[in-house]
Ligand binder design. Sequence first.
Ligand SMILES: O=C(O)CCC(=O)C(=O)O
Ligand SMILES: [Fe+2]
Length: 274
Amino acid sequence: MPVTHLPGNTGADDVAAAVGGEGAVVVDALAPPALLDRIEMELRPYLDTTGTGPDDFSGTCTRRTGSLVARSPACRELVMHPLALGTSRILLGHATNFQLHLTQAIAIGPGETAQPIHRDQWAFDFFPFPVGYEVQCNTIWALTDFTEENGATRVVLGSHTKPDGQAFGPDDTEPALMERGSVLFYSGSVYHGGGANRSDATRIGLNITYNVAWLRQEENQYLSVPREVAETLPLDLLRLMGYERGAYALGYIDDLRDPIEAVRPGAGSTGFAR
Ligand SMILES: O=C(O)CCC(=O)C(=O)O
Ligand SMILES: [Fe+2]
């Protein structure tokens, strides 16, 4: 059974239901070509100078370029995309709030082998979260077409409800085939991995993920986005980046102050609960 595709005008309820049902879904043609062109232009110098990964998991023919909020103003539109935020709000609705977890352009080069099949939530020191308690809502925006040959992400549909320790192989996976501008939504619990690139061109996806705000972020936004850039960003993006308390009290500064005060004095809310 191939990965389900939904049209770009699908609402967050239906996207969240599809991710809840199968662990992953593709929404077609969501990012306008002009936005992708801007992103490509802004990221090109960084993509060209990022080194390849140190091991098979990161990919020795794969370049992972982060700090997308700082490096690409156009990427901020994907980070703040209403469908990504709306879907995260539903999937992670059991937690008080959620935050930006990581931003990473993943450029899988020719000759790359398939990434080991994994759950993204294993980043949390392999803690066995209860089935159904999702801690991440993930997107991979296709900056190039994703094909079977060039390393489309491979997903084990339905695996989000299985316990840890499953030994899934390539035959258990389906490729998330999609065109430039489409986006793969997947949970932190679904087994998946980047595909092998047997083509002669690089496959680029923008992995932008969100997690419940009581867990640590994978990409440290406070240090990845320089303070002088942070000071220019809109409040809602700053809050998503973690300039907000997680749940009741996590991440306050000094005398129980809202962390937004560090970059926007006077913008903080009083008290803890939202
Ligand atoms: O690039 C991809 O298709 C998936 C990468 C991935 O799953 C990861 O790095 O965790
Ligand atoms: Fe992954």
